[in-house]
Design a protein around this ligand. Structure first.
Ligand SMILES: C[S@@+](CC[C@H](N)C(=O)[O-])C[C@H]1O[C@@H](n2cnc3c(N)ncnc32)[C@H](O)[C@@H]1O
Length: 268
């Protein structure tokens, strides 16, 4: 079991995902070699049909593994580009906040919660997540990260479900979230997940949510969604297309990786 003492914010392309693609590619390569050896003296047609199919499959797997490897290195907090960190800074740049309480919904390994605590020294930040098995994120790692970053006295972590937040209405002065709502399996209507997030924000409180807001399959028409939220009482709300941001490399903007991302931010 890994000791949770070092800072580790994880990677949106997880190590286990990379392992899975690498092992599958290696197995396919081995199968290719075995196939060519087995049919070395057999009929040429058989060798090239079976071998050809396996070769195409292996090439596809190899390309996918390389693609995910490049994305992982671009995202990495240890790499040169540090895109994960820069995306979280970008999210916080839209939070017009001074002091009070902030909720980070789906906090993962606590990166955004901790950045918020460091940016706003008068804030008390709560990070919540369900910490399921899909991601290599954990509450203990969040706490270890907050301790290493010197903000453990102002950052708290709680387990919960983003679709049914365990907080009364209007509990927080601000709410933030990055790439979470579309992942919430306990609620198929992602607009309702956003509304649940807004429920716990105080009147005049602020919010910044970053997600696949331009993917119609999750939110329908984004402008229509914004109009709906306004009609339901949100005072001020803006929609920003993050795909236009130059600091995010094109290779990450494909539908296999970040997809059609955007921010909604404003005042409740
Ligand atoms: C792409 S990760 C983003 C993590 C973090 N916000 C960040 O930017 O590093 C998606 C996160 O959503 C969390 N998540 C998924 N479904 C959830 C749910 N129903 N309730 C709370 N968190 C959830 C996952 O555990 C994971 O931490």
């Amino acid at each position: 079991m890994k000791k949770r003492e070092e800072i580790d914010y994880g990677n949106w392309v997880s190590a286990s995902m990379m392992r899975m693609w690498t092992v599958t590619t290696l197995v396919a390569t081995a199968l290719c070699v075995v196939c060519f050896l087995l049919f070395a003296n057999g009929p040429v047609a058989t060798r090239w049909i079976i071998g050809g199919i396996l070769l195409i499959l292996t090439a596809g797997l190899l390309l996918t593994t390389v693609y995910f490897g490049i994305c992982r290195s671009l995202f990495s907090y240890k790499g040169k580009r540090r895109i994960q960190s820069r995306i979280l800074d970008y999210v916080l740049s839209y939070l017009k906040f001074d002091h009070g309480s902030i909720l980070d919904i789906g906090c993962g390994n606590g990166a955004l919660s901790i950045k918020a605590a460091k940016k706003f020294p008068c804030a008390a930040v709560t990070g919540m997540d369900y910490w399921g098995s899909v991601w290599n994120f954990a509450k203990e790692q969040c706490e270890a990260n907050a301790k290493q970053e010197g903000v453990l006295d102002r950052v708290f972590f709680r387990e919960g479900d983003a679709a049914h937040l365990d907080f009364p209405d209007e509990s927080f002065d601000g709410a933030i979230s990055n790439f979470v709502f579309h992942e919430v399996k306990s609620q198929s209507d992602k607009r309702l997940v956003v509304k649940e997030a807004l429920r716990v924000v105080k009147q005049n409180g602020v919010f910044v949510f970053h997600d696949l807001f331009f993917e119609k399959k999750y939110y329908g028409d984004p402008d229509d969604f914004v109009r709906q939220l306004k009609a339901e009482g949100v005072q001020e709300i803006h929609l920003v297309c993050s795909n236009d941001e130059k600091f995010i490399p094109k290779i990450l903007k494909t539908r296999f990786m970040l997809g059609r991302i955007g921010l909604i931010y404003g005042i409740k």
